[in-house]
Design a protein around this ligand. Structure first.
Ligand code: NIG
Ligand code: FE
Length: 415
């Protein structure tokens, strides 16, 4: 493969810095190179610098890409998605506009359980076809890595089917995936009234099978008094941890602090949502170095207006991270640029903090901080050329997916 040289970039937003998640004032430091360039060799970044420096390094037969004075960013790392499901829930979306709440829709058999019914019926090939379509959407927003959860199967076979689709999507190489097992997303209909049996199935059969087949690296639980209360969540997560899974959690989406306290107790990599978290939860997460993954698009789409307290979290030294929460119910968006806009307008993060949360911090939350999330020598050549003159325009012009070209391992994917 010949060298790839990208020149004529108004800004190369490198995020170069310590090889760990960034906290406090570090989140504002993007290490931007004005009129920058980069060269990649064999899928990795050889050097990022000024145009003159880079042109000196490139081999004679290098492929030259003229970025046209645009902005180059590391590919976004979306730290929380549910990308494999059948059908969608546009009908419920409209019902919510007419006054129904997410909880009411769930109570009458809609919500997660309706997607579970359709996903169980779908064949692997159809799920893969849908996931490929969403992959194109992720790319157009400049995303190159997603954390991808199962959780719309809730039987051993259906969960394995979803995780195989995630594996296949990752193996195709056009979007990197970090797979998470979310068998504890909801108690399926056939186990209503005997939830202990479902938890036993999760612990005794599903977790060991998923681990044996190497289909997920992390385990997640939707920890919420009305879904999996803290005692149940703890049992599931302890079993997962004993097998070797890393822990991520849906925590405090609707009710305060139990989820965040459990995430801290378990030493989870992340506690996600945190819309209802208070001082007690932030303090526990900070002490245990758990990364918050904030998901403002789901708050926006549910119309609850209860956004997580990003400023307080940053002030307490938490390595705030962002994700889309892409799923057919609460957050049908793949767009990290939209998430950046919400982070700035609703969470009151600065543009730079939001970019840090969507790149290096997200990569570190997935233990991939040494490979992706910044543009530094030796890292994978995953980057996007965005159609703007300044990185702040990404959140500012909201509602547009700005990527003009996206590269994964130095290979062009779109546009
Ligand atoms: O992260 N909170 C639980 N899971 C998803 C919603 C899933 C759905 O509605 O299908 C979330 O918001
Ligand atoms: Fe989620």
């Amino acid at each position: 493969m010949s060298d790839l040289v990208v020149v004529n970039c108004r800004q190369v937003v490198t995020l170069a810095g310590p090889a760990r998640a960034r906290t406090g004032a570090e989140m504002r430091e993007l290490a931007i190179i004005a009129d920058g360039a980069l060269v990649a060799r064999d899928g990795r970044i050889l050097k990022v610098g000024t145009r003159a420096e880079i042109e000196r390094l490139a081999s004679a037969n290098a492929e030259i890409v003229d970025a046209g004075g645009r902005v180059v960013l590391p590919g976004f790392v979306d730290a929380h998605t549910h990308p494999v499901f059948a059908g969608n829930r546009a009908d419920e979306f409209e019902q919510r506009a007419e006054g129904a709440t997410y909880a009411e829709i769930a109570a009458r058999g809609g919500g997660i359980r309706s997607t579970v019914r359709r996903t169980r019926e779908a064949g692997e090939a159809d799920l893969l076809a849908a996931a490929r379509r969403y992959r194109g959407w992720f790319l157009r927003g400049g995303t190159t890595t997603i954390e991808a959860k199962s959780g719309y199967g809730l039987t051993l076979e259906a969960e394995l089917k979803i995780l195989r689709v995630i594996r296949e999507l990752g193996a195709e190489g056009s979007l990197r995936t970090a797979p998470t097992f979310l068998g504890a997303h909801e108690v399926p209909d056939e186990y209503r009234g005997r939830r202990c049996d479902y938890i036993r199935l999760l612990i005794e059969e599903m977790l060991p099978a998923v681990w044996r087949e190497g289909l997920a690296e992390s385990c997640d639980v939707f920890c919420e008094p009305s879904v999996f209360p803290v005692e149940e969540a703890r049992g599931i997560l302890e079993a997962a941890r004993a097998l070797g899974f890393r822990i991520r959690m849906h925590a405090d989406q609707f009710s305060a602090d139990e989820g965040s306290l459990l995430a801290a107790e378990m030493g989870a990599d992340t506690a996600d949502h945190l819309e209802a978290t208070t001082e007690r939860g932030w303090t526990a997460l900070a002490a245990a170095h758990v990364q918050p993954v904030l998901l403002p698009a789901s708050v926006c789409c549910l119309g609850t207006h209860r956004y997580p307290a990003a400023r307080q979290m940053i002030e307490r030294g938490l390595a705030v991270t962002l994700g889309t929460d892409f799923n057919p119910g609460s957050s049908p968006t793949t767009s990290m640029p939209l998430v950046l806009s919400l982070a700035v307008t609703q969470l009151k993060m600065t543009c730079a903090e939001a970019i840090t949360a969507a790149t290096i911090n997200a990569a570190c939350s997935l233990r991939r901080g040494g490979r992706v999330g910044s543009l530094e020598e030796g890292k994978l050549a995953d980057f996007a050329i965005h159609d703007c003159d300044d990185y702040r325009e990404l959140p500012y012009f909201f509602g547009r997916d700005t990527a003009r070209a996206v590269y994964i391992g130095g290979v062009r994917q779109i546009c």
